[in-house]
Design a protein around this ligand. Structure first.
Ligand code: PLP
Length: 417
């Protein structure tokens, strides 16, 4: 991800705010290199969650009593916080969901069912996390539409020319990730949008791996939908966001029915609430939304540019260090252009050692990484792989932790080859 100049992070001060980094995991201190799975939470997020349950614990939008009014104010303030963070033009464009997966399923089921017809085409990149692929498979099966692959190149990157080749007058949706969770490639969403705009199609972007690492401005990206999870942004699990352009959301019928999404219900029919509530049936994750707002406060006060610059420096150092290790092969961005804007993810294989064995050895050394297909089986298969070891970085990681990763990889190779 590209960023401007930034003040260096005070790493000790940053780390001191994350109690989870001091978790007991055996003899060695924890080196947490799995933030792409879920990030650790700063104390202010934990305190915000506690504050909801210990302070203003009431439902939102329902009561006339003051506790409910306070809860509603906090919940709607969180929505406004998210709106500002992603540069949406109106609060109606911010829908709270339980996470990226729920947000993408909402788009595929509600917008997709209403706008994709038999014979239409849904273009999905081969780089996608399963949660931005399987909902489209389900939609195409329901509607008799065609799922069209935007194939990756030999190294796993996406090229705009590949998209141009598969766009057609029948394209109704293009679904693509902002940043790859398994390899770190970052896609130029604004450029993709310019191509999609030439068709009568909606651009759906999975931002799960992007929002924590660079400024995201949904208006500059000019996407129709943008999904992300709170928990990868130093926030709580169980809360996420679907941004949608107002006109697209207005053209999205309700997905789930229940409280809050209605204005009036008769026995045989109902009229629906305005946005954003129309797409938020049932009691929302109130504490989650407030916790997510606290996470955004933390990111903005720490400085997203400073976080990005720190992660970039670590990533460059780690690539050099790991590429020098015999038998270790990095998978993912190799060319300078892709490396320059990649998310802070190191995906690798160790010759002759299964990634799960590497992960187990690393765990014994106190180094937490993810191993497997990272919910991107089509992508890894396109590269002839079924699994990798993935180390993913965040604001609190250190060079010393990367040294421990390098030592653990060397140890795994010694043990297994
Ligand atoms: N998309 C990407 C790129 C991801 O990395 C993830 C999670 O790893 C998801 C979607 C799904 O996110 P969640 O499980 O929070 O819904």
């Amino acid at each position: 991800m590209t960023t401007g100049p930034a003040q260096p992070l005070d790493l000790d001060a940053v780390r001191a705010q994350f109690p989870g980094l001091r978790a007991e995991t055996g003899e060695r201190p924890l080196a947490y290199l799995d933030s792409a799975s879920t990030a650790q939470k700063p104390r202010r997020v934990i305190e915000a969650l506690h504050g909801v349950y210990a302070g203003t614990c009431a439902n939102v939008h329902r009561g006339v009593h003051r506790a409910s009014e306070r809860a509603t104010a906090a919940f709607e303030a969180a929505r406004e916080r998210v709106r500002g963070f992603i540069g949406a033009s109106a609060r109606e464009e911010v829908i709270f969901t339980s996470g990226t997966t729920a947000a993408l399923n909402l788009v595929a089921a509600a917008y997709g069912d209403a706008h994709v017809r038999a014979g239409d085409e849904v273009v999905v990149s081969e780089m996608e996390h399963h949660s931005n692929l399987v909902p489209w498979q389900l939609l195409c099966a329901r509607r008799g539409a065609r799922l069209v692959r935007w194939a990756v190149e030999e190294d796993g990157r996406l090229e705009l020319a590949g998209l141009e080749r598969v766009l057609s007058p029948r394209t109704r949706v293009v679904a693509v990730t902002h940043a790859s969770n398994s390899l770190g490639f970052t896609n130029d969403i604004a450029a993709i949008s310019r191509l999609v705009r030439q068709r009568d199609a909606a651009l759906v972007v999975d931002g799960a791996q992007a929002v924590a690492h660079a400024v995201v401005d949904v208006q500059a990206l000019d996407c129709d939908f943008y999904a992300f999870s709170g928990h990868k942004l130093y926030g709580p699990t169980g809360v996420g966001v679907l941004y949608g352009k107002r006109e697209r959301l207005a053209a999205t019928p309700p997905w789930q029915g229940g409280g809050e999404m209605i204005l009036d219900v008769e026995f045989s029919r109902a009229t629906y609430n305005a946005l954003p509530y129309k797409l938020e049936a049932g009691t929302p994750n109130i504490a989650g939304a407030v916790g997510l707002a606290a996470a955004i406060d933390w990111v903005e006060e720490t400085g997203i540019d400073a976080i990005a610059a720190h992660e970039r420096a670590l990533l460059i150092h780690a690539r050099e260090r790991l590429e020098a290790l015999p038998g270790v092969r990095l998978v993912g961005p190799a060319r300078p252009a892709e490396r320059g804007r990649a998310a802070p993810i190191l995906s690798l294989v160790v010759d002759g050692v299964h990634p799960h064995d590497v992960g187990t050895v690393l765990d014994h050394e106190g180094v937490a990484v993810r191993t497997g297909h990272h919910c991107t089986q089509p992508l890894l298969r396109a590269l002839g792989l079924d699994a990798t070891v993935r180390a993913s970085l965040a604001a609190y990681n250190t060079r010393e932790e990367l040294e421990r990763l390098a030592a653990g990889l060397t140890r795994a190779r010694e043990l297994f080859t």
